[in-house]
Design a protein around this ligand. Structure first.
Ligand SMILES: [Zn+2]
Ligand SMILES: [Zn+2]
Length: 396
C-alpha cells in the first residue's frame, strides 16, 4: 500500500496526504527524474547519470569513444578533433549504459544537442531595448487578471518578438545547463511513440507559472490611465517596450536555444519541433519545480537538514514530476535526500494518518519576513504555514 495519496486541500490545491500513521525515518516516496542536467562548471567531475562527484579528479568514462567519434565525424561532416564531448562523462560503464537505455534512439540526438550548444555558446552582445511608455492610440485594453486574455496576449507577444530569433542577450553557463535540461525534456517527448504514455506527459501535471511570473514582473504604472491593463493589439516596438526585462531574458534564451538547435551546422542533426509554446511550457514549469542536485555529504548534520550545507556544491538540476505534490512548509515533516539520480523522501518526525506531507523549498533559516518574501518571489505564494503564522503574530 502506498503511504501517500494525492488529495486536494481547499486553498492549497493538490497535495500528498498520509494514508496511514508513518513513523519517523520512513522512506515515504522515491521519485525518478524526467530529466536532469549537470551544472556547467562541474561537468568534468560529475557523472552525467548518477551525479557521483569525483572532485578533484575527473570522471573517467567518456560518453563517446574514439570509434564513435570516427562514425559521428563521417555522419555529421565534422572533423573528429572537434567532437570532444568534454562535458559528458560517467563514473562507470554501467551509468553510461543506463543513460543510453533511457534515451534509446535519442542518444545520438542528445550528443548533437551537446555539440551544438558547445559550438554556439559564446557571449553575444546586447540588442538595445525599447523603453516605454510609447504614445498609444488603442481603444481596447485587456485586464491582466483575466487569465485567458493575458495568456493570448503573451502568446502573441512571443510570436511577434521571437519569430526572427533575433533577441540577443549574454548567455551564461547556467543558461547553457538550462538549455540542456529543456532539450532533454523534449527528447523524452520524442522518444515515445505513444505520446499519451510518454513520460513527458508527467511534466504537464506540474503547474505552469508563466502568468503569475508575468504579473510579478510587469510594471503596471507604465500607463497610469490603464493600471493592470495591456493594450490589445501591439506592434513589435510596443511589445518590446512593455515586456519586463526578466521576460526578455527568457525570450533571448529561447532565441539562443532555437537558433542553436535548428540552424544548419554541417550535417549535425537538428532538434525538430521547438516552438516557443513548447519551450515556455517547459521553462515556466521547470523554473519553480526543479530540484537542485547537491554534492552528497558524509556529515550527518548536513544530511538531516536535507543534505544542503554551505560547503557543498550544486552539481545540477532535475525535474521530478511525482514530487510536485509535496507542498511547502517552513516546518516540514518530510526531508528529501538524493540517492544517485533518484530523490528519496523521508519523514523527519511521525506523521499522522490524514496529515499532509510537506517539504521545505530551499533554506528556511531566514526570519519570517525574508522567508515569505523569497517564497513569494520564486514560487509565487504567500506562505501560510503554522510556523509563519505564529512568527508573524509574535512580530506584530
Ligand atoms: Zn555514475
Ligand atoms: Zn512558512
Amino acid at each position: 500500500m502506498s503511504l501517500l495519496e494525492i488529495s486536494v486541500l481547499p486553498g492549497k490545491g493538490r497535495c500528498y496526504i498520509a494514508t496511514t500513521y508513518i513513523p519517523v525515518g520512513t522512506v515515504i516516496h522515491v521519485s525518478e527524474p524526467l530529466a536532469t542536467t549537470v551544472s556547467q562548471e562541474w561537468t568534468p567531475e560529475t557523472c552525467l547519470w548518477c551525479f557521483d562527484f569525483a572532485y578533484p579528479k575527473k570522471q573517467k568514462i567518456k560518453a563517446v569513444t574514439e570509434q564513435d567519434k570516427i562514425k559521428l565525424s563521417n555522419e555529421w561532416s565534422v572533423p573528429k578533433k572537434n567532437l570532444a564531448f568534454k562535458d559528458m562523462l560517467f563514473c562507470s560503464e554501467n551509468c553510461k549504459l543506463n543513460c543510453q537505455n533511457l534515451l534509446k534512439s535519442e542518444w545520438v540526438p542528445m550528443l548533437a544537442i551537446h555539440y551544438r550548444l558547445d559550438c554556439e555558446f559564446k557571449n553575444t552582445c546586447n540588442v538595445p531595448t525599447v523603453k516605454g511608455p510609447i504614445e498609444l492610440e488603442f481603444s481596447k485594453w485587456i485586464d491582466i487578471n483575466n487569465d485567458e486574455a493575458l495568456s493570448a496576449w503573451l502568446n502573441n507577444a512571443w510570436t511577434c518578438l521571437t519569430e526572427d530569433l533575433d533577441i540577443y542577450r549574454e548567455v551564461q553557463n547556467t543558461d547553457r545547463s538550462m538549455c540542456r535540461l529543456i532539450a532533454a525534456c523534449i527528447l523524452r517527448k520524442q522518444n515515445s511513440k505513444d505520446y499519451n504514455l510518454s513520460p513527458f506527459q508527467d511534466l504537464l501535471v506540474i503547474q505552469n507559472n508563466e502568468l503569475s511570473h508575468f504579473k510579478t514582473h510587469f510594471d503596471s504604472s507604465l500607463y497610469p490611465n490603464h493600471p493592470q491593463q495591456l493594450p490589445l493589439h501591439c506592434t513589435k516596438e510596443v511589445y518590446l517596450s512593455m515586456m519586463p526585462d526578466d521576460i526578455l531574458d527568457v525570450m533571448a534564451l529561447y532565441c539562443f536555444f532555437a537558433r542553436t538547435l535548428t540552424k544548419p551546422l554541417h550535417k549535425v542533426p537538428v532538434l525538430s519541433d521547438i516552438s516557443h509554446e513548447l519551450f515556455r511550457s517547459i521553462f515556466f514549469r521547470e523554473r519553480a519545480n526543479s530540484f537542485g542536485l547537491w554534492e552528497m555529504s558524509n556529515d550527518e548534520v548536513a544530511n538531516a537538514s536535507g543534505g544542503v550545507s554551505d560547503d557543498l556544491e550544486l552539481l545540477g538540476f532535475g525535474i521530478y514530476p511525482s514530487a510536485v505534490y509535496f507542498n511547502h512548509s517552513c516546518d516540514a515533516n518530510v526531508i528529501k535526500v538524493r540517492d544517485g539520480r533518484s530523490m528519496k523522501f523521508i519523514s523527519r518526525r511521525m506523521i499522522d494518518e490524514g496529515e499532509e506531507a510537506c517539504i521545505s523549498y530551499g533554506s528556511v533559516d531566514d526570519d519570517v519576513h525574508n522567508r515569505r518574501q523569497r517564497l513569494l518571489e520564486h514560487y509565487h505564494f504567500l506562505c501560510q504555514c503554522i510556523r509563519c503564522i505564529q512568527e508573524d503574530l509574535i512580530i506584530r
